[in-house]
Design a protein around this ligand. Structure first.
Ligand code: SF4
Length: 71
C-alpha cells in the first residue's frame, strides 16, 4: 500500500520523490505536495520515510503479510 502523507505537516520539499527508487511519486514537482502516481509500485522499503526531514509526516501502510519482516 502506498505511503500516506500528512498534508498539514508536509513542506513540499520533494525529497521523498527524489529518493524513491520506484515511480511511486512520478510527476511530483518541487514546491508542490507529492503526488502518488503509481501506488502499486511501492514495495515499502521506507526511503521516503527515512529521508523526509520532518518526522512522522509519511507513514507506510505495511501489508499484513509483510509485517513479519518489520521490527
Ligand atoms: S520529504 Fe516529507 S516534507 Fe518533503 S515533500 Fe516528502 S513528505 Fe513532504
Amino acid at each position: 500500500m502506498p505511503p500516506v502523507i500528512n498534508k498539514e505537516k508536509c513542506k513540499a520539499c520533494g525529497i521523498c520523490a527524489d529518493v524513491c527508487p520506484m515511480d511511486v511519486f512520478f510527476g511530483t514537482k518541487k514546491g508542490e505536495f507529492p503526488v502518488i502516481t503509481y501506488p502499486e509500485e511501492c514495495w515499502h522499503e521506507g526511503a521516503c520515510v527515512q529521508e523526509c526531514p520532518i518526522e512522522g509526516v509519511i507513514k507506510l501502510r505495511i501489508p499484513l503479510q509483510m509485517m513479519i519482516c518489520y521490527k
